[in-house]
Design a protein around this ligand. Structure first.
Ligand code: SF4
Length: 193
């Protein structure tokens, strides 16, 4: 499934690749969410994603999210976001915040004017714990990189959110303090078992 509706929002599943292996990842629990099967046989082309969306006008938001890290496909995200914004529908990206590490350059300025909200998974209060929980292919470097990514997002994207999943290993209040320090919103998501 490439595009699927949950409530009034349309979610886009454009890749199953990810630079993390989070212990709490919903992909460990089953093949999808909301009854939708989200393992892709192959990644859809930009045109296939646009065709799967059709007319997005009826949705309150279009969200790039899992089953994987959408910003690994930055060019597809940019093209599809441009298409959605053509209908005046808000765009959100859910990301692990490692895109600049993965691409070896700062991709955030390219999102300006195309993305209304970005929700970045903070997942832990320090780099050692992040590494323990998320096993990034970039090791402990990933945590500082996601904080730097968040600072960049603040310059170009109207709504920036840091989020955590409510698992016992993390100190939610310390994570909240990090978000406050960076001047961004903070959300706690329920752990789905
Ligand atoms: S960053 Fe998201 S998709 Fe990637 S492993 Fe973690 S929870 Fe799963």
């Amino acid at each position: 499934m490439i595009a699927y509706a949950l409530g009034n929002k349309l979610y886009l599943n454009i890749t199953n690749r990810c630079t993390n292996k989070c212990s709490f990842c919903i992909r460990n629990q089953g093949p999808g969410v909301g009854g939708y099967y989200l393992w892709l046989d192959e990644e859809p082309t930009t045109q296939e994603v646009i065709e799967a969306i059709g007319d997005p006008s009826e949705y309150e938001e279009v969200v790039f999210c899992g089953y994987g890290e959408p910003l690994l496909r930055i060019h597809t995200v940019l093209e599809v976001a441009k298409y959605v914004k053509g209908f005046n529908v808000p765009v959100r990206i859910d990301t692990n915040g490692q895109a600049n590490l993965a691409h070896g350059e700062n991709i955030v300025p390219e999102l300006e004017g195309l993305v209304d909200t970005i929700s970045i998974s903070l997942n832990a209060e320090n780099s050692a714990k992040y590494d323990q929980i998320c096993s990034s292919e970039f090791g402990e470097e990933a945590f500082e990189a996601l904080l730097e990514f968040t600072r960049e997002c603040k310059k170009y994207i109207p709504n920036v959110i840091l989020s955590v999943v409510d698992i016992p290993e993390i100190d939610v209040e310390k994570c909240r303090a990090i978000a406050e320090d960076l001047g961004v919103d903070f959300r706690v998501r329920a752990y789905i078992k």
